[in-house]
Design a protein around this ligand. Sequence first.
Ligand code: 5GP
Ligand code: MG
Ligand code: MG
Length: 181
Amino acid sequence: MPTRPYVIDEMISAKQIAARIEELSREIAHEFSDTDKLVVVGLLRGSFVFIADLVRELDLAVEVDFLEASSYGNAMESSREVKILKDLRGAIEGRDVLVVEDIVDTGHTLFHVIGLLKARKPRKLRTIALLDKPSRREAPIKADWTGFEIPDEFVVGYGIDFAQRNRNLPFIGKVRFTDDG
Ligand code: 5GP
Ligand code: MG
Ligand code: MG
């Protein structure tokens, strides 16, 4: 489906992201220093680049699992209804778990996923989001760690798409439409 013409303006560079991940991974390693093997859960699909870089900076034994929850479809509006499209492969009862999200926007996705995972009785459950748009929040949730707080702009890159494109950009950029619509 063709979209309106747009350009992408860089907002957060690949270098800034890498530096922030180094800082965050030190804090996370400290938080989980008594953990035997951490289960790092990536929320598909937007977190796949972030989780890949994050686990390679983590000086810990980790297991990687994925969960896919529906939120956006191809539109730019968030829906309140959250469905699990792909569940974890492994059990997390009694385990230490870090949930990795790309963006916390209204917060409905993370709020729902956290509720679902808590019911499985992990020993410790923490959350990290690369990006946070606090001005958009509707659900009462904040990630334990956030990479960057950003304004209410539609962003792409570093795993995050616009209509399934631009996930492979190495930086975070904002979408700017170039027609007069
Ligand atoms: P929430 O449930 O917090 O409203 O939405 C979270 C999800 O919406 C994010 O994980 C992401 O997939 C999507 N989302 C929120 N803001 C943006 C954005 O600026 N760009 C893109 N591509 N997706 C976004
Ligand atoms: Mg997401
Ligand atoms: Mg998306």
